[in-house]
Structure formats: C-alpha cells, structure tokens
Design a protein around this ligand. Sequence first.
Ligand code: ATP
Ligand code: MG
Length: 383
Amino acid sequence: MRVIIIRYSEIHLKGNNRDFFESALISNIKTVLKEYQYDFARSNARYIIRNFDEEKLNEITDKVKNVFGVHSLSVAEEVDSVYDEIVAAALKYSPNFGSFKVSTNRADKRFPMQSMKVSAEIGGEILEKKPALTVDLFNPDNVIYIDIRENGKTFVYSQTIKAVNGMPVGTGGKGIVMLSGGIDSPVAAYMMAKRGMSLRAVHFHSFPFTSLQAKQKVLDLAKIVKKYTLRMTVDVVSFTEIQTAIHEKCPEEYMITIMRRFMMRIAERLARINGAGAVITGESLGQVASQTLESITSTNSVAGIPVFRPLIGFDKDEIIEISQKIGAFETSILPYEDCCTIFLPKRPVTKPRLSAVEKVESALDVENLVNNALNNIETIVIE
Ligand code: ATP
Ligand code: MG
C-alpha cells in the first residue's frame, strides 16, 4: 500500500513540551487536509497517512510540505516484512538508469537478516533485473531506503521531499501583523508564522482617498498568507479621519512619522483586545525615510508590547525572493495606492527627534482619534 511518511523538525527537541507541539502540528496538518479522505497515524517520531485517493497524492504532499513544523515527506510503499515483498517494492522504487545503493534500517530485530545483508541482497536483486544500473555506495544518484519497523511492516521509498521546517503555528504566541498592500508585510507575516506564531492582521485604509481595489488587494494578500498561518482575520481600520487631522494640524514633513505612531497605537490596542502579545511589521532598516533608526524609535515609543520586525536586516532582493516563494509577489506589485502614499510630504523628516514629534503631535486629540478608529473597524474573516 502506498503511504505518505511525514517527518517533523525541531519540535522533537522540546522535551516536556513535546505533546503541546505535536498536537498543534497534527491539528495543523489535519486543517490543511480537511477536504481529503485518509487515515492518520502516529508512528515513532513520524506520522503516516494511509488510504488516501492516489489521484490526490501530489495535492496532499504539496499541502503538507507547507505546514510549519514538517521537516520532510516521503511517498513510500508499505509492505509486510517479508523478504519477497520487500524486494518487489524496492524494484518498484528503483531507478532505471544511473547509480544507486540500498540503505536499510532494521528496527525489528526479529527480522532474520541483518541490515547490511538486506541491503546487499536486495541491491543484487535489483541489479539482476536492471543490469544497466550500477551500485555506488559513496555517491549514488539514487538511494532506496528500506525501513523495517517493529510492527511487522516495512517502508520502502526513494525520495525525500523537503518541507518548510519551522515551528507549528499556534505554539509561538499570537501577534497582530500590520498588513499593507506592499511586498514586505506579507513576508513578515510568513516569517513569524514560521516560528509558530498565530496571526491576525490589521490594515489601515483611507477610503475614499484610497480605492476599494486597494483594500481588496490586501484581502487577497491575506488569503495568500493564510496558506501558512492557517487562519486569518483582517481588521480593516478607516484611517481617513486620522490622516485628515494630521494633514490639517501638523507640519507636513511629520505626516508619515505621526501616521506611523497612530497605526502602532491602534495595532497595540487591537493586540490587547484579541489577546495577542506582539505587533509585527515589514520594516527593514534604512529602506525608506520612515525606517531609519530615529523613525523606528519614534514609532516604537508608543508601543507597550514587543514589536517584531523580522525583515529588519534583509535586503529588498532577499525579501522579494521570499515573496515569490510564498506566492505573494504578483499580488503585491499590483499598482493600487496605499494610504501612506496620499498626503505624502515632499521632504519627510528622516531623523525625527522624539521630543519634536511629541510636540507636533500635541496639536491632536490622540486618544479620541484612536478610539474613533477602533469603533469603526470592519472585521473580515478570510475563508
Ligand atoms: P510594505 O511593502 O509591507 O508595504 P513598505 O516598504 O511599503 O512595506 P512602509 O510603507 O514604510 O514600507 O511600511 C512599513 C510597515 O508598516 C509595513 O511593512 C507594514 O507592516 C506597516 N504598514 C504600512 N502601511 C500600512 C497599512 N496601510 N496598513 C497596515 N500596515 C501598514
Ligand atoms: Mg507600504
């Protein structure tokens, strides 16, 4: 019978917490496979999927390999631990050209042949049937693995599909990601989900200054991010009143600095409301005027909880590479305006002094503006 072997990563290092990590991982695997029929079993430090529709094999492996915490997968033949059956399976998984070797692991010491002997014998059987092959023990093109389990069953496989690694989502606390329509923030969300964080998103839009397409683009990005975070809810916050107030009451070179502080305050409040312990942004040091150390200091100083910036040390090319890998790039580069691009000052301050920022900001009724924004949220659960 064909089966899928799932191996998990780092999580087995977690000692007493292992059950917590494993139950999150299993539940996440089941979430991505919810539309399929299959049997799921645990088998020492691995999971086995059996009795699935063979036509869905590739879909299933594609889904599972994107679940954080999964280290690798193999499609294997599971046979009774009987020599002839193992040989037949090994032949099926053997290549048609190039070099190979057989590698055997015998967990079941009742199996009458030692592992070296199994490898040698089965290697011989394969060579006999496929004389064009050569054996290479040190640098083979193909390895055929034979894993003789304690339960009287043997797995035979030849390929290992690399998965995403990381930690199971749900084991790393909860965060609010500030999701814009750009390239960076979806990547930042991916990076935190990779470390096991559950995420919820906040997006600021400035309808009617920004279009409904701009908002839809963010929801499309949220849907892409959800492939990795497994669940996603977006709080869409109307930023129009705040932007208008800043535009009216503050010098234009401080527009962005003060906008950022409002975004951060609202994100923090949403974190507290939703039981989240951190805010995540897509900032990268020096990328633009609002991402200098001084600008980040001014934004950070209004946050009372940790702010994670997983891209802080990344170059744009590196961010784009991940964006492409996670399938977000094409959507991110669609040309809809962001709320940050309206009222853009000609010469933004690049090194705002905190005391100056606070003074400028004192022209505004901050608390009232924040509360109004929080009372005007559209919450969208991404399906
Ligand atoms: P991105 O590509 O993620 O939009 P960026 O390079 O355009 O980033 P900025 O516009 O300076 O950089 O934004 C920095 C970070 O602030 C973003 O990565 C995002 O986390 C957050 N942010 C910016 N605009 C918004 C918005 N409209 N709604 C929610 N978060 C935002
Ligand atoms: Mg942006």
